[in-house]
Design a protein around this ligand. Structure first.
Ligand code: AMP
Length: 151
């Protein structure tokens, strides 16, 4: 199998660059917001994928939406963290790419997001593609194939 370093940009697929599902922190639909906030704070990530009981992708949830949800007039209404579930406030209108998609398709999908989710046609979760992975690869390709030097 050829190494990703040896491939032309046009031959690279999202599978070559994605973080695979077993290495991705996620939460589940029915988790209380408290659990989601714990996962987010402990991992240091701003948002993570939401999966259902069959490990199908259903959305994403981030710190900001949780904190906005529990923000009262004068205090954080902490009790809401255990009363509410991820499915009530998760984001569902998310871009999804497939691992067979090309590098350019991944680049287009990632422009407005720090990461996008990767899933198959049945929405089984395969992993995530981060903007960092796309940018790092673009930089490597720029310097290696064009004989460019750091300015
Ligand atoms: P990074 O490019 O590493 O800064 O990641 C950008 C965003 O992608 C993070 O803030 C998270 O929302 C998400 N992310 C990156 N790596 C993971 C991971 N292993 N598990 C869950 N989410 C991740």
């Amino acid at each position: 199998m050829s190494m990703i370093q040896d491939k032309n940009l046009t031959d690279i697929t999202i599978e070559d660059l994605m973080i695979s599902s077993e290495k991705v922190a996620h939460v589940q639909l029915n988790n209380p917001l408290e659990h989601a906030l714990l996962v987010l704070v402990k991992s240091g990530y701003s948002a993570v994928p939401v999966l259902d009981a069959q490990y199908k992708l259903v959305g994403t949830i981030g710190k900001t939406v949780i904190l906005n949800q529990i923000l009262g007039l004068e205090r954080f209404e902490i009790e809401k963290l255990s009363d509410m579930q991820v499915k009530q406030i998760m984001r569902t209108d998310i871009p999804v790419v497939s691992k067979e998609n090309t590098f350019m398709e991944g680049l287009n999908a990632i422009i407005d997001y720090p990461f996008v989710c990767v899933a198959d046609a049945d929405m089984y979760f395969d992993g995530i593609l981060t903007r960092r992975a796309i940018l790092k690869h673009l930089r490597r390709d720029y310097y290696s194939t064009k004989n460019n030097t750091i300015q």
